[in-house]
Design a protein around this ligand. Structure first.
Ligand code: NG6
Ligand code: CA
Length: 520
C-alpha cells in the first residue's frame, strides 16, 4: 500500500491507445510468404483460471493444455473484456470494447448479426493479407436479421460478410435454440422433411416444453432452460423441426473438433486463421461417453477433460502435418467459471475441492477477478520463450492488433480502435504489459485495473446472482481493491485511498471518451 505506480499513468498510459491507426499500420514491416504464420485461437467457454492443471489445479488433469503451456507462454494476469460470452467474443474479434456498442449483451439464438458487415474484424484483416479464414464451433454473435432468419435457406449476413471464408458454427450456445450446426450459412445436414422454425417469443402449438413435459427430460433445468426440448434436454427459446439436422450434445466436441481439423488439413499449404470456439465447458454439459464419469467431479469436470482433448487433437494434427513451427496457437476462455449455470448436472454436489475460480472472487457474470481473469496461453510458431510464465497485464482486446502485426496484415483505418499491438509482451520478452485494462460484468458495470489496483465503478446492478451463486461485484459506492495484497478482493479500500479512486475513475472516463467508435 506504500506504492505510487499510478503517477506514471493517466494520460500517458492512454497515449499509445490514441495513436492513429494509420500510424500503427505504417509501423508494420512488409512480410514475406514464409513470415506469415498460421493462427489458431481456441476459445473455451466458461473455463475458469483454476480449471487447468498448469494454472495450479491439483484436482483436474489437463495434460494437453499443459503441454501447450510448456511449449509456449502462460499468462497469469490475462483478461477478457467481459465476463459473458457475446461481448467477450465481440471484443476479441473486432478490437472494439463491447460497451461502446449497444446490443452486444448475451445474445438470444435468433439475434441478428451483431458485428455489422463493414466492421473490420481480425478475420477480415487477415483475409485481406492473404490468409484463408475459418470459424468453427460456438458463435454467439448473431446471424442474419434479428428474428427474421430463414433457417431453411441461406442466412445472411453471415460470417462470410465479416471476413470468414469458411464457417461451421452453432448459432448461439448449447443451451439456446436452434440446436443445429450451420455450415457456410446453411443448416448442416438439412432435413427437408423437418423444416425449422425458431421463436424467442412463444412456443409452437403442440410442441413439448421442459416446463410442461418434464417427464420427457433426461437432464432437468435448475433455473431457466425450460422451453423447447431437443435431445431430451430443454433449452432457452422455442424451435420446431430440424429432424436429422439436430445436434446430439454428446457428439458436439467430436463434430466441431473434426471440422476444425478438416479446415487445418485442407489449408495446410497456405497461411490460415482458425477461430475455434468450443462448446465445452458451457451448459448443458453432456460430454461424450469416453469422458463421462472420468473426472470424478461430474459433468463439469468431464467437460474440462473433453475440452483438453480438443486442444490435444488440434496440437497433434499440427504435429502430424509438420506445421506446428508455422502456427501460433492460443488457448483462452471467453469468461470465467460458473458451476450451476441452469441444469441439475450435479456439478455443485460433486465439485469437491476443485476451485474453478482459483483464488479469485466472483465468477462468470461478475466484475470481480474470477469473471474476467482467464486462462491464456500462447505458443509461438518459432517456439519463443517456451515454458515461460508471464505476470504481465494483458487483454484479449490486443489480440487483433498483435496478430495483425505479427502476420503482416494492415489494419484498416477505422479498424480495431481499442486494440494495441503487444508483440513483445505476448512473446514473453517483457513483463511490461498494458498500463491498464478495462472490463465489464454481465450488467455492464466497468472496472479498470492499473498499477496493481482495481477500481469497480459504482453501479445499481444486483450484488448477487442467486441462481448461479455468484457475487456480481456491483455496489452503489466505488470499490477499490489492492490486488497485490488482496487478490481475492476482500477489502474495499476506496475510503483509505480517495486519490487512487479519483485517478482510476478519471482514467476510466478518459478511456470511455477516447477512441472507439467515436473516432470512426
Ligand atoms: C444466461 C443463461 C445461462 C447461459 C448464459 C450465457 C439462464 C437462466 N441462464 O442467461 O445458462 O446460457 O446466459 O452464457 O437462461 S455465455 O457464456 O454464453 O455468456
Ligand atoms: Ca461463456
Amino acid at each position: 500500500m506504500k506504492r505510487t505506480p499510478l503517477l506514471s499513468l493517466g494520460i500517458a498510459g492512454l497515449g499509445a491507445a490514441a495513436l492513429p491507426t494509420s500510424a500503427r499500420a505504417q509501423a508494420q514491416a512488409p512480410r514475406t510468404e514464409q513470415d506469415r504464420p498460421n493462427v489458431i485461437v481456441i476459445l473455451a467457454d466458461d473455463l475458469g483460471f483454476g480449471d487447468i492443471s498448469c494454472n495450479g489445479s491439483r484436482t483436474i488433469a489437463t495434460p494437453n493444455i499443459d503441454r501447450i503451456a510448456a511449449e509456449g507462454i502462460r499468462f497469469t494476469n490475462a483478461h477478457t473484456t467481459s465476463s459473458t460470452s457475446t461481448p467477450a467474443r465481440f471484443g476479441l474479434l473486432t478490437g472494439i470494447y463491447p460497451w461502446r456498442v449497444p446490443g452486444t449483451g448475451i445474445a438470444p439464438g435468433d439475434a441478428g448479426m451483431i458485428i455489422r458487415p463493414g466492421t473490420p474484424t481480425l478475420a477480415s484483416t487477415l483475409r485481406d493479407a492473404g490468409y484463408t479464414t475459418g470459424a468453427v464451433g460456438k458463435w454467439h454473435l448473431g446471424l442474419g436479421e434479428s428474428g427474421r432468419q430463414d433457417w431453411n435457406g441461406h442466412i445472411t449476413p453471415g460470417l462470410e460478410e465479416i471476413g470468414f471464408d469458411y464457417s461451421f458454427i452453432m448459432a448461439a450456445t448449447g443451451d439456446r435454440v436452434p440446436c443445429v450446426y450451420i455450415e457456410n450459412q446453411r443448416v448442416y445436414n438439412y432435413d427437408p422433411e423437418a423444416p425449422i422454425s425458431v421463436s424467442y417469443k412463444e412456443n409452437f402449438p403442440g410442441e413439448p416444453t421442459g416446463r410442461d413435459n418434464p417427464e420427457l427430460l433426461r437432464l432437468h433445468p435448475s433455473h431457466g432452460h425450460d422451453m423447447s426440448i431437443v435431445n431430451g434436454i430443454s433449452r432457452i427459446g422455442y424451435m420446431k423441426g430440424g429432424g436429422k439436422a439436430l445436434w446430439k450434445d454428446e457428439e458436439i466436441a467430436d463434430v466441431i473438433t473434426g471440422k476444425a481439423v478438416e479446415f487445418i488439413e485442407k489449408n495446410r499449404e497456405r497461411p490460415f486463421f482458425l477461430y475455434f470456439g468450443t462448446n465445452d465447458i458451457h451448459v448443458p454439459r453432456v460430454p461424450h461417453k469416453r469422458f463421462a464419469g472420468r473426472s470424478g467431479m461430474g459433468a463439469r469436470g468431464d467437460a474440462i477433460l473433453s475440452f483438453d482433448w480438443s486442444v490435444g487433437r488440434i496440437a497433434r494434427v499440427l504435429d502430424s502435418l509438420g506445421i506446428a513451427d508455422r502456427t501460433i496457437l492460443i488457448v483462452t476462455s471467453d469468461n470465467g467459471p460458473v458451476v450451476d449455470d441452469g441444469y441439475r448436472d450435479r456439478a455443485v454436489e460433486l465439485l469437491g475441492d476443485h476451485r474453478p475460480w482459483h483464488i479469485y472472487r466472483g465468477g462468470k457474470y461478475s466484475a470481480f477477478e474470477a469473471g474476467t481473469r482467464v486462462p491464456f496461453i500462447v505458443r509461438w510458431d518459432d517456439g519463443a520463450r517456451a515454458g515461460t510464465v508471464s505476470g504481465a497485464l494483458v487483454s484479449q482486446i490486443d489480440l487483433f492488433a498483435t496478430l495483425a502485426r505479427r502476420c503482416g496484415a494492415r489494419i484498416p483505418e477505422a479498424g480495431a480502435p481499442d486494440s494495441r499491438p503487444a508483440l513483445a509482451v505476448l512473446r514473453g520478452e517483457t513483463e511490461q504489459g498494458r498500463s491498464w485494462v478495462v472490463e465489464q460484468n454481465a450488467n455492464g458495470t466497468l472496472s479498470i485495473l492499473s498499477g496493481g489496483w482495481k477500481y469497480i465503478a459504482p453501479s445499481r446492478g444486483a450484488a448477487y446472482l442467486k441462481a448461479t451463486n455468484t457475487e456480481l461485484g456491483n455496489a452503489p459506492e466505488p470499490q477499490l481493491y489492492d490486488l497485490r495484497e488482496d487478490a481475492g478482493e476482500r477489502h474495499n479500500v476506496a475510503a483509505e485511498h480517495p486519490d487512487v479512486v479519483e485517478l482510476l475513475r478519471s482514467l476510466l472516463d478518459e478511456v470511455k471518451h477516447a477512441g472507439g467508435t467515436a473516432r470512426r
